[in-house]
Design a protein around this ligand. Structure first.
Ligand code: UDP
Ligand code: MG
Length: 347
């Protein structure tokens, strides 16, 4: 696992005394709203610099956008903040984009924030306040209410968190989003987690330290539409479940046990009916039902085990989580430098 130490080389542990914050923004087809978004961030960054002496850097990670998000990100002014632009070689997914941002962040503390305007920039100062004044390490935000969502979605979310937190020492808070701030030591801890299959919400909670929840009402998307659909949400849920809990495996064993117990009772009943009452049990339907139940349960178990084996395989292959196609940097102090496009692999 050489990449852990390599990643740590990029970490903020060495300069934890410095007061600075990197805001990581994953961007996928957000060209329409990026300029406005950046202007709002820059405004807040200016205020933070003036009121708290906090140096702010924004890291835009373009996750294989098909529009000109990257070109726009590169052209954003760096008059109050440092701006880094990282372009991934293709669409790797939000979790990979967040990791790319974490790897490139140069300030000791890191904040993650969506680029679609749903995470209100006005909340940044509140989060920073909890970190600097309250001494919290993980300041995470959670949806204040889910009343505008469908009943089925709410129930699915509840079932998901019940499964993922079953028997877990550190519970992953329900409704927590990806909008969160990590103090320097929490950032350093997050960087030390070596897995490739990442579920950020879970990891940021798992590391521990002092955590605090901030409720917020997500804004409407300023443009475009969400990239999540039923399939990708299912994918993320399976990802989260299998990387954080063995609950599905336990459930499978439990189901097996229940079935075996049921079969035992059924057997006893047959025995009593034939031996004591001399009745002949009709064979065909019971055999078919039994076969189908056992067959179904076995397939489910194989599927669940397959998920975990697939995860082991992908961790074992050890492929980089993302590749960087281009990387640029602009400093607020006007010594603007633009790195030449590189074809470097991920750190
Ligand atoms: N995103 C990304 N890669 C993807 C999909 C989304 O980097 O493959 C970014 C997207 O640009 C946005 C954030 O992740 O900044 C959240 O995406 P989205 O708004 O689609 O998700 P939702 O807010 O509906 O959870
Ligand atoms: Mg969104």
């Amino acid at each position: 696992m050489t990449d852990i130490s390599e990643r740590q080389g990029n970490s903020g542990t060495a300069d934890a005394g410095r007061l600075g914050l990197s805001i990581v923004v994953p961007v996928h087809n957000e060209a329409a709203g990026l300029v406005l978004f950046h202007a709002r961030l820059a405004e807040i960054a200016k205020r933070l610099k003036a009121s708290r002496g906090l140096a702010v850097e924004i890291v835009y990670v373009d996750d294989g956008s098909r529009d000109d998000s990257y070109a726009i990100a590169c052209s954003l002014p760096a008059d109050a903040v440092d701006v880094q632009t990282v372009s991934l070689s293709r669409n790797f997914g939000k979790e990979a984009a967040l990791l790319a941002g974490l790897d490139h962040a140069r300030q000791p503390a890191v904040m993650f924030m969506d680029g679609d305007g749903q995470h209100p920039p006005a909340l940044i100062e509140t989060l920073v306040g909890h970190w600097l004044d309250g001494g919290y390490d993980v300041v995470y935000t959670a949806k204040a209410s889910r009343s505008n969502e469908s009943w089925t979605l709410r129930m699915s979310v509840r079932a998901f968190y019940a499964a993922i937190n079953w028997g877990a020492r550190q519970k992953i808070p329900e409704d927590a989003g990806d909008f969160r701030l990590l103090s320097p030591r929490a950032t350093a801890a997050l960087r030390r987690l070596p897995e490739r299959n990442r579920f950020f919400k879970g990891l940021a909670s798992w590391i521990g330290f002092r955590q605090i929840r901030v409720d917020y009402e997500p804004a409407k998307r300023t443009h475009g539409k969400s990239t999540w659909n039923f399939r990708s949400l299912m994918g993320l849920s399976i990802e989260g479940l299998t990387s954080f809990s063995v609950a599905p495996l336990r459930l499978a064993s439990l189901l097996g046990l229940l079935l075996a117990f049921g079969a035992f009772l059924f057997g006893v009943q047959i025995l009593i009916e034939t031996v004591i009452y001399g009745q002949s049990v009709p064979g065909y339907p019971s055999v078919v039902v039994g076969l189908m139940v056992i067959g179904g349960v076995q397939l489910i178990m194989i599927g669940i085990m397959g998920e975990y084996i697939g995860k082991i395989l992908s961790e074992l292959k050890g492929r980089p989580v993302y590749f960087v196609a281009e990387h640029g940097m602009k400093s607020a102090d006007k010594s603007a430098q633009q790195d030449p496009p590189s074809r470097a692999a991920a750190e």
